[in-house]
Each structure stands twice: as structure tokens, then as C-alpha cells.
Design a protein around this ligand. Structure first.
Ligand SMILES: *Cc1c(COP(=O)(O)O)cnc(C)c1O
Length: 485
């Protein structure tokens, strides 16, 4: 036991690990010799680790760490353009290490005094940057899914009278675009509203909520005996990065006395970019906003802010009335965070964000967000210019959907080709992109999340997509020939 906690061993392994990670980072930035991803199928990967487990005890963890580095997707690689997570800043990863070693539980003030006070500073500063006033407040929580659920619980507490104490007395519902992240649907069902509790507002050709349909949806819900208590705006949607018109949703909510929640898990950080802040105009009118730091703010996963325009509402998530209200002389208990979060014990999340702000300031967030969105738009231009590629929709941010097309190919064939291209690219590993379904069809999807991805990488990516398409075509021609033989 004493050996396992030995500070000198920690020092030695720690130094070696940091050296290893720094080398890895350097090679990743260079894109050489490490690939974006080194793919092994799940069964093979499992076999490897089962065999590893059988191989007895190791004298130090270095080969273990090295193997994990080799077979993990590499976000710091400029040819990583897949899911939405951003390559974390080294300083933020170091903050994570500090938090892991200290393991302050954060539930009550004493179990993390520094990180608790830092969380308040971070939450209020972020709220201010989103345009909220001095009454605003918030907490950090473990991921956008949990933040959305927490916000909707607060909405239910505020708008659905007595539900916390007496249970649900009437069928409730919310309105959200049909492009919303699945976690909103989950939250509704977790709250016991059932499938009818989520009313999907149709989207336009840009995948944005048709806000002119809100009234009709509301009327229809009323007729069906549902009381709508909230509208959720997507800023932005996950599949295509579409930003709903938050001004219009805010006006609708105000007119009908509804809670306005913004799922800004991916896109709320555009508020910190001078160039792109207009995409979330109206966000300051929301009652609550969920925003991930791990998607567009260079922070390790999962680090999410849940912000309330009226800070008092943050105390109402898990009780009908904030208990502090019974003693009005006392300030709200901001310092006992678990009263407002789903988590009892949680990571020292605030340190990961604060370390970035303390060293680099808001300017770096502006630079990052602006760079990756500029990249999204550049990528779209390159796709448009290519005769064998089709762009799904003009991207509003760093999420870009496109596909390989050939003249005379029907939609099933096009799907097959794009599925095949994506699989071949995964196995090749020099680029990492993903796929999605839009209008019932398969599209390639990339999120340009690495700020060092340049035009030459994007051009090469598209070349590889087209090359893989041609290889597939040859393979299929060969199969057909065999069949006719
Ligand atoms: C990623 C995402 C979520 C889920 O957030 P997690 O942090 O992965 O839990 C929710 N909504 C949107 C719009 C997202 O893009």
C-alpha cells in the first residue's frame, strides 16, 4: 500500500508520462508518424486487452499508456475531422490531473473550497458573456445531456406547479425542433411525459426550426389535452450545425409564458466570437442555456455549464422553492453546489476552464471558435467546387455534411457508396470523419474541430473521399464481372 502511494514513484512515472504525452502531441500536430486513428475492430481490440490482462503484473504503467495512445483516436491530429469534441489544451489537461489527484468531491463547500469558488467565478463570467444580467447564475455539470435534463427539471419546477412534491397532476409537454439532439427526447421520457410529451416542430431546408409553426404546434398540443411549458431552441443542431432563430423563439415564449431553454451544447460558444456571435442573437433572453466546454472550447470532456438568466431558478431544479427562501436574510447557498446539480460527487470541472481563462483569457476562445467556423465554410467551398461531391447544406459553423455522388447512381447506391467510403477511411486512418442520416439518406459528416487543420488537409481529405469512391467502384465492377462469368 505504501509503495502504491509513494511520491517518488509518482514523480518518476509522472515525468516520463509527460515526456511521452508531449512527444505524442508534437507528432500529432505534425501528423507524422501518428495517424488520426489506428483502427482495430471491436473484437480484435477486446482480444488484445483480454490477453494483456492475462499477462501478469507490470512493473510500471508506461507500456500500458503507450498502447492506449496508439489505439485511441487522435484529436490533436490536423486530419481529425470527426465527432464534435475539441482537442483539449495541455494546460486544461494538467488541471484535470490536479483535480484527479486531489479528488475533492465538490458536493459541499469544504470538499473543494477553491474549485467551488472558482466555479462561481466561471459560471457568472460565462453568463455575462452570453449577455445575461447580474441576476444570472449557473453551475458546471457533467455533459450537455445532463445539463439539458437539469434545465428541463428546473422548467418543470417553475412552470408545472407542485410537481416536485405531489407528482405530476397534468400531462405536460415541450416544443423542440425535429433536429434536436436525442437527449432532449430522453429528458422528456425520464420526466415521465411519454412520447406525446415531446412535440417536434418541423424544420426548413436549412434544418432550422420553422418558428412560424410554433403556434400551430401549441394549439394542437392544447387540443390533445397537453400543457406545453417550454420550448427548446437548438444552437446548434448536432447533425448539421443549424442554429434555430432564438429571437423568434424568445418572443414566442414571452407571449405564451413558456420557459425558453437553449441547447447550446455545441454552438453557444459562438457568442465568444466577434465574427460569429450573431448566430446566437437572442440567447440572452433564454431562461436557461446548456453549453459544453469540451465541444468548442478546448476543454477535456465532460465539462458543461448550465446557466440561468434568473439565478434563483438554479435553486429550484431539485425543490419546489429554494430552501434559502425560507430564511431571506441568508444568501442563497451558492457554495454548496450539490443542491443545484444532479451529481453529488463531481470532478473539479471549474479548474479545467479557469486555467484556460487565467492563462489565455477570452481572446483565445474567440480565436478558436472563429478559426474552426472559418474552416467549416472553407471546407464547404471546396466541396461545392468538386464535381463528384455534394454539400448537404451551407454550414453555419464547423459541422459540414457532404457526400460522394456519381451521375446515374440512384439513392440506394449513393448510400452504399458513402457507407463504404466512410468504412474505408476508418480502416485507412489517415483522416477521421463520421457519417449521419439526413432526409433518410447517408451523408459523410465532419466537424472541423482542430484549429491547425489547413486548406491542404481539407483538400487531401476530399481527394481521399473521391479515391475511395473510385476504389469501391472498381471493386463492385470486379464482383459483377465474376457473377457474369
Ligand atoms: C453534443 C450535444 C449534446 C450532448 O452533450 P454531451 O456533452 O455529449 O452530453 C446535446 N445537445 C447537442 C446539440 C449536442 O451537440
Amino acid at each position: 500500500m505504501k509503495n502504491a502511494y509513494d511520491p517518488d514513484t509518482f514523480r518518476e512515472w509522472g515525468h516520463r508520462l509527460i515526456d511521452e504525452l508531449a512527444d505524442h502531441l508534437e507528432q500529432s500536430h505534425r501528423g507524422d508518424p501518428v495517424p488520426a486513428i489506428r483502427w482495430r475492430p471491436p473484437q480484435e481490440e477486446l482480444k488484445y486487452w483480454e490477453a494483456d490482462r492475462e499477462s501478469g503484473l507490470a512493473s510500471d504503467p508506461m507500456s500500458l499508456f503507450r498502447e492506449v495512445l496508439a489505439y485511441s483516436v487522435n484529436l490533436h491530429h490536423p486530419q481529425y475531422a470527426g465527432h464534435q469534441i475539441s482537442p483539449p489544451l495541455p494546460v486544461s489537461a494538467l488541471a484535470g490531473l490536479v483535480g484527479d489527484l486531489l479528488n475533492n468531491g465538490m458536493g459541499v463547500y469544504e470538499m473543494g473550497a477553491a474549485a467551488t469558488a472558482i466555479e462561481r467565478v466561471v459560471a457568472r463570467e460565462v453568463a455575462g458573456k452570453l449577455g445575461f444580467g447580474p441576476a444570472s447564475d449557473g453551475v458546471l455539470t457533467s455533459g450537455g445531456s445532463l445539463a439539458n435534463l437539469t434545465a428541463l427539471l428546473a422548467a418543470r419546477s417553475v412552470k408545472g406547479d407542485g410537481v416536485w412534491k405531489e407528482g405530476q397532476r397534468e400531462p405536460l409537454a415541450l416544443l423542440v425542433s425535429e433536429e434536436a439532439h436525442y437527449c432532449v427526447d430522453r429528458a422528456v421520457r425520464i420526466m415521465g411525459w411519454g412520447a406525446a410529451g415531446i412535440i417536434k416542430v418541423p424544420v426548413d431546408e436549412q434544418f432550422r426550426m420553422r418558428t412560424e409553426e410554433l403556434s400551430t404546434c401549441l394549439e394542437r398540443a392544447k387540443k390533445a389535452g397537453r400543457r406545453v411549458i417550454a420550448v427548446v431552441g437548438s444552437a446548434c443542431s448536432t447533425s448539421t450545425g443549424a442554429f434555430d432563430d432564438l429571437e423568434a423563439i424568445a418572443a414566442f415564449c414571452q407571449e405564451h409564458g413558456l420557459w425558453f431553454h437553449v441547447d447550446g451544447a455545441h454552438g453557444a460558444p459562438v457568442a465568444f466570437s466577434r465574427k460569429y456571435a450573431h448566430l446566437v442573437r437572442g440567447i440572452e433572453k433564454a431562461d436557461s442555456v446548456a453549453m459544453d466546454f469540451h465541444k468548442m472550447l478546448m476543454t477535456p470532456s465532460v465539462t458543461t455549464a448550465l446557466l440561468f438568466r434568473d439565478g434563483d431558478d438554479s435553486y429550484r431544479t431539485f425543490q419546489q422553492q429554494g430552501q434559502y427562501l425560507w430564511n431571506r436574510d441568508e444568501e442563497a447557498e451558492w457554495h454548496n453546489l450539490a443542491k443545484r446539480t444532479f451529481e453529488c460527487t463531481k470532478l473539479m470541472l471549474s479548474l479545467k476552464v479557469y486555467s484556460i481563462l487565467r492563462i489565455y483569457g477570452w481572446e483565445l476562445f474567440d480565436q478558436y471558435v472563429t478559426t474552426v467556423i472559418d474552416n467549416g465554410r472553407l471546407f464547404a467551398r471546396l466541396i461545392r467546387q468538386h464535381p463528384s461531391l455534394e454539400l448537404a447544406v451551407s454550414p453555419q459553423c464547423n459541422i459540414v455534411c457532404f457526400r460522394y455522388v456519381r451521375p446515374g447512381m440512384d439513392s440506394a447506391e449513393t448510400d452504399g457508396y458513402n457507407e463504404g467510403i466512410r468504412q474505408k477511411m476508418l480502416e485507412d486512418g489517415s483522416f477521421y470523419i463520421v457519417k449521419t442520416r439526413l432526409h433518410g439518406q447517408t451523408w459523410l459528416r465532419s466537424t472541423l474541430t482542430n484549429p491547425f487543420t489547413e486548406e491542404r488537409h481539407l483538400k487531401r481529405l476530399l481527394e481521399q473521399v473521391v479515391t475511395m469512391g473510385k476504389i469501391l467502384q472498381r471493386e463492385q465492377a470486379a464482383i459483377k464481372e465474376k457473377q457474369t462469368d
